[in-house]
Ligand binder design. Structure first.
Ligand code: PEP
Length: 271
């Protein structure tokens, strides 16, 4: 059985003081939870701070991004080894905000941001492979833009992203991979994907992995949903067969809200 995951992506929020307070709040509510794998992904500047707060709990630490090289002249980048040395177990790879896939904001701004961050299917694959080689567990994000959904290309886009992300990854390493289906139009917009449709795409991801590896391995792999998950909609999502948890932005910045998401995951999917 797949243990559910509730991962909080704090994005570019929280200085060290705020991060400590939020991590304390989550630890007080869910630190000893054994039925849900809670993951906190603070900004890199707060990894050590949050790592100390959750040190004696069951909560895992995750980073929001990484670079695939081990060291060198890559100003501003962080290697897998550096993240491990901060206590990270997980790393988010290929978030749409890093891929520059901003389907719901002003197009000019989207182009600018794509140029700044610019993750592609190829860099996402390199990051995922480097993470696994170093012993980090990647949470690989995939998902379509609004225009792609409107053009009926959701399945094509998601399957292509999944296949590209997994290129060269062994069956053994697949055990440490988690996917997050994050339709770009649902991220930070308040517009959640219909639970049945989110389940359908998560099943598609599992099926794609099944075709590439085996049905058994795909069955063990966790697939999360991300995109405006909040206490009001989490239960409908967690009741879906192929949704093993959430990658949560906004609602993870409030310990009460995030605690409610964890409780829902535990009640519906915890074994
Ligand atoms: C995310 O950051 O991955 C995300 C899904 O954000 P939000 O929950 O705010 O939509």
């Amino acid at each position: 059985m797949r243990k559910p995951v509730m991962a909080g992506n704090w994005k570019m929020n929280c200085d060290n003081e705020e991060a400590e307070e939020l991590a304390n709040g989550v630890t007080a509510r869910a630190g000893l939870n054994e039925k849900v794998q809670v993951v906190l992904c603070p900004p890199a500047t707060a990894l050590t701070t949050v790592g100390k707060v959750i040190a004696n709990s069951n909560i895992a630490l995750g980073a929001q991004n990484m670079f695939w090289e081990e060291s060198g002249a890559y100003t501003g980048e962080l290697s897998a080894q550096m993240l491990l040395s901060c206590g990270c177990e997980y790393v988010i790879v290929g978030h749409s905000e890093r891929r520059g896939r901003f389907g719901s904001v002003d197009e000019d701004e989207a182009d600018d941001l794509a140029a700044v961050f610019g993750d592609t299917d190829a860099t996402v694959n390199r990051k995922a492979r480097a993470a696994l080689a170093a012993g980090l567990k990647p949470i690989i994000c995939c998902g379509e833009l609004l225009a792609e959904r409107q053009e009926g290309k959701t399945d094509e886009v998601v399957v292509a992203q999944v296949k590209a992300a997994l290129e060269g990854i062994s069956a053994d390493d697949l055990a440490n991979v988690t996917f997050a289906y994050e339709p770009v139009w649902a991220i930070g917009t308040g517009e959640v994907c219909d639970a049945d449709e989110a389940n359908r795409v998560c099943e598609l991801i599992r099926g794609t992995v099944g075709d590439m590896y085996s049905a058994d391995l795909a069955d063990e792999m966790r697939v999360l949903y991300g995109g405006s998950v909040k206490p009001a909609n989490v239960r409908g999502l967690m009741e879906q067969e192929h949704i093993d948890g959430g990658l949560v932005g906004g609602a993870s910045l409030d310990a009460d809200s995030f605690g409610e998401l964890i409780t829902a995951a535990e009640e519906i999917r915890g074994q």
